[in-house]
Design a protein around this ligand. Structure first.
Ligand code: NZQ
Ligand code: ZN
Length: 392
């Protein structure tokens, strides 16, 4: 087992009606003024935003609001939020929504308390020294940003989607009421399930061996999400299934499933980020579209690991041929994606990608040939090109 730090400072308040506690939780943070940050309308439609305002009013909390975050959240709104927070002396950010809203809030939080252009952090030019404290009311189980140290922002200039991670941005609290996710369109529910699984799988596919407990947690988490995702396709208001998936979403990305590993591969995420930047696809759907192509491309570098995944997660009957078992696991996973109406190719996302676009994706993903990605097998620009091409 590798050495590791496990740091999860987020207070989780989980269950029915927990959004009513938001005023109290914000009050505990001893802040003077809050930015209520939200998305493109779902929280207004559902009445959640009014409930949040009511709870803040009752707790005597002053606030300003900024809505309009879109999936693959934009840098321009982040700049707007930074200006607003500075003008209004905001000292706490309350993100009400999904990963996009939380990530936008984290970026604003960096921008308010650090000098210079916040995009520098996402470009890897500088590191942040602080972030405004953040609280979240989660409305979709997916990105895991409610407990993670990451945020992912899209810069409209060049449509570059880039992530930045630092411990400063781990939220102070996360309110998670599974009922709030019942208004999600089926596609978003399914896309979220893929993302949750991929956060576990990115860590699971690594170059380590001796992680019995972490492997067990990951394998069970994956089976739990698959089982409950299928339930939700038939019965979207099933509270227990919503709850299992919501909790899995946080545990998949708060570091738990990476304890004792080398950190994992993360290629599929890097490959997807470029698809998100170029085509604005739902993150989980984009992951499902490239994962099979990635897995087939790198499988031979660690066939035993892929075979373990096949047997323990996809419940494949092993044969003597490790590669055959490994491949069956990949095929089974793709069948699961189809069972929850997720794509297993770029074409299945409704995109007929051109040769030039594939080249551009590989250019951007390799940071213009300046980096490789992945640890199962280090991938250069040519490898990325081939994986996108095979995922066509
Ligand atoms: O904007 P609204 O109107 O709220 O609509 C959203 C959005 O259209 C809708 N939605 C959310 N909750 C809803 C709802 N609709 C009805 N009822 C509800 N209860 O769902 C759509 C997707 O929302 P979004 O926040 O984009 O989803 P998700 O949580 O999947 O976040 C995706 C973003 O997170 C990034 C992704 O790259 C992507 O940009 N990621 C962030 C990570 C992190 N910070 O740790 C890690 C991930 O790997 C991921 O990269
Ligand atoms: Zn993800």
């Amino acid at each position: 087992m590798e050495n590791f730090n496990y740091y999860t400072p987020t207070k989780v308040v989980f269950g029915k009606n927990t959004q009513a506690l938001v005023g109290q939780l914000v009050k505990e943070q001893n802040c003077k003024k809050v930015l209520v940050h939200y998305g493109s309308g779902s929280v207004k439609k559902s009445g959640l935003l009014d409930a949040i305002y009511q709870s803040l009013d009752e707790a005597g909390i002053a606030y300003v609001s900024l809505g309009g975050v879109v999936p693959n959240p934009r840098l321009s709104l982040v700049y707007e939020g930074i200006e607003l927070c500075k003008k209004e002396n905001v000292d706490f950010i309350l993100a009400v929504g999904g990963g996009s809203v939380i990530d936008s809030g984290k970026a604003i939080g960096y921008g308010v308390v650090n000098e210079g252009d916040v995009w520098d952090f996402y470009e890897g030019k500088r590191t942040a020294t602080a972030c405004l404290p953040i609280g979240t009311v989660l409305t979709i189980a997916a990105a895991g940003s409610e407990m993670s140290d990451s945020s992912v922002i899209t810069n409209e200039k060049g449509w570059l989607k880039r992530g930045y991670s630092s411990e400063y941005s781990r939220p102070k609290f996360a309110i998670m009421n599974p009922e709030l996710t019942m208004t999600l369109p089926q596609y978003q529910t399914a896309s979220g399930c893929v993302d949750i699984m991929m956060h576990t799988m990115e860590r699971y596919f690594n170059q380590c061996d001796n992680m019995e407990l972490t492997d067990g947690i990951s394998e069970h988490l994956l089976r739990t999400v698959m089982k409950n995702a299928k339930i939700l396709m038939e019965d979207p208001n099933n509270y227990e299934a919503r709850a299992e998936i919501m909790w899995a979403g946080s545990l998949a990305h708060n570091g738990l499933t990476g304890c004792g590993t080398d950190g994992g591969d993360w290629s599929s995420h890097q490959l997807e980020h470029e698809l998100g930047g170029m085509f604005d696809v739902a993150h989980g759907a984009g992951l499902a579209a490239v994962w099979g192509s990635w897995a087939r491309y790198v499988m031979d570098a660690r066939p035993e690991r892929f075979a373990q995944f096949a047997v323990k997660v996809m419940e494949v009957q092993p044969t003597e041929d490790v590669s055959e078992t490994a491949l069956k696991g990949i095929v089974e996973m793709e069948e699961f994606y189809h069972a929850i109406h997720m794509p297993t190719s770029i074409h299945e996302m409704g995109i007929e990608i051109t040769e030039e676009q594939i080249e551009e994706l590989a250019e951007k993903c390799s940071n213009f040939s300046k980096r490789t990605i992945g640890c199962v097998k280090a991938l250069n620009k040519e490898d990325m090109y081939q994986i996108y091409k095979n995922a066509k």
